[in-house]
Design a protein. Sequence first.
Length: 337
Amino acid sequence: MKQAQHVPSHNGTLRKEPRLDVEIAALADRQHGVVALRQLREVGLSASGVRSRVARGRLHPVHRAVYAVGRSKLTGHGHWMAVVLACGPSAVLSHRSAAGLWGLRRDSRRKSDISLPSPSARAKQAIDVHRSVTLTADDVTPADGIPCTSVARTLVDLGDVVHRRAVERAVEQSDVLRLFDLSEVQRAIERAGPRRTGILLSVLEELDGTTLTETDLEEAFLALCRAAALPSPEVNVWMTLPDGTPARIDFLWRPERLAVETDGGPFHRTRQSRERDARRDQLLRLMAFEPVRFTGRQVAREPRWVKRCLTELIARRQPLASRADADGSRRAGAQAA
């Protein structure tokens, strides 16, 4: 009887590879599916290990020294993360691409914008590289895990690459999304300097000059509702939220469970007030109400858009009102019986 030979199941390299793959997968998961070559080296992957994984289809080159992990197809966020990694550890998404990431405007271009805090930088394929000696740590923050210029700095930078009306719309959208903070914008303007901020300053001056008073805004909004033949809302209604705090709702369609806020003083919001507004919206949703916000400028300058939004929202939520009426009728019938 021949004696069986003992064959080791793993050598040191094979034992190490599964651990590396777990670390690489975790890193890619945090970075929208992409990793940089320098990061692969930091976790201990050798040059031959990189080549082997590329050959086996486990790493897919996206840019020079940047790879997609597991599959070659990337999301929009994955492409943005890849261009940041391709430009080095000090690079941040900026300009039109940052505005797209923040939701201030669409960016469907093939190229992406990145900024480097440097007086010079090499051009890269499919990337618009912007050099800036005024970009500081205060202008940078992660958004969805991607190093990016802050909303304030993004609004400043947009003036370099898009026309004035596009900057105006981005400012309006930042206010709608509760991302605008005037004090942060003012500090970003000071850091960038007057040569680069003229467009944004003129936009802010014009927008701030068109603010409606609270009474004017209320009357203008109700006029829009009448013009659109919408059900009349309750006005300035006090409600108790699930956490026990009172909240005044500007316009309430109770059967449709729609709560509308109109902001008459845009561009003066602080981070604390944004957080309060977000918490109130979340509490309203816990009560099955849909919170919606319009700026005073939208009511004054974009009435057709406001009427369209309200008409569609109320139409979509009419079934809720019908069910509420039916439940009320059933309860009344049961009590009468």
